[in-house]
Design a protein around this ligand. Structure first.
Ligand code: RB5
Length: 150
């Protein structure tokens, strides 16, 4: 799968560990930065990733900051994005099965690399179940449309 990954300074080490892991599994990874550990603003990197997912340049995304919250919130401001912050396998799996999430966000100060790899496995292998969940996801997207501000 063609994946995008983006992070702030807190996520640099975890990002490179995940790139190695995911490339080893055969995925193609587009790195949207940052590769620097100097303090930066997660919104810069989250927006780049979210735009790439929204316009189809990459199929799904992985977003990393200290908690996962700042970059995940940023991604969710881009039309078409459903990003979830995950630190457990159940939530990561159901973010796909029931919510059709297209970005997973991690807190590099919350979870370790082995957990992040496990969460990627769940997020990248579980498929959206559709059915009643398709109706609910459509309702989320209707909220986005009704409340879109120019
Ligand atoms: C940076 O110190 C930290 O605030 C950021 O990585 C993230 O956790 C914010 O949500």
């Amino acid at each position: 799968m063609k994946l995008g990954i983006a992070n702030d300074h807190a996520g640099v080490d975890l990002k490179f560990e995940l790139i190695d892991y995911l490339e080893g599994l055969g995925h193609e990874i587009v790195n949207f930065g940052t590769d620097e550990k100097e303090s930066t603003d997660y919104a810069i990197w989250g927006e780049k990733l979210a735009n790439a997912v929204a316009n189809g340049e990459v199929e799904r995304g992985i977003a990393i900051c200290g908690t996962g919250n700042g970059i995940g919130l940023t991604c969710n401001k881009v039309n078409g994005i459903r990003a979830c912050v995950c630190s457990d396998a159940y939530t990561a799996r159901y973010s796909r099965l029931h919510n059709d999430c297209n970005i997973i966000a991690f807190g590099a100060r919350v979870i370790g690399p082995d957990t992040a790899k496990m969460l990627c496995d769940e997020f990248l292998t579980a498929e959206f179940e559709g059915g009643r969940h398709a109706r609910r996801v459509a309702m989320i997207m209707d909220v986005e449309k009704r409340n879109h501000k120019e």
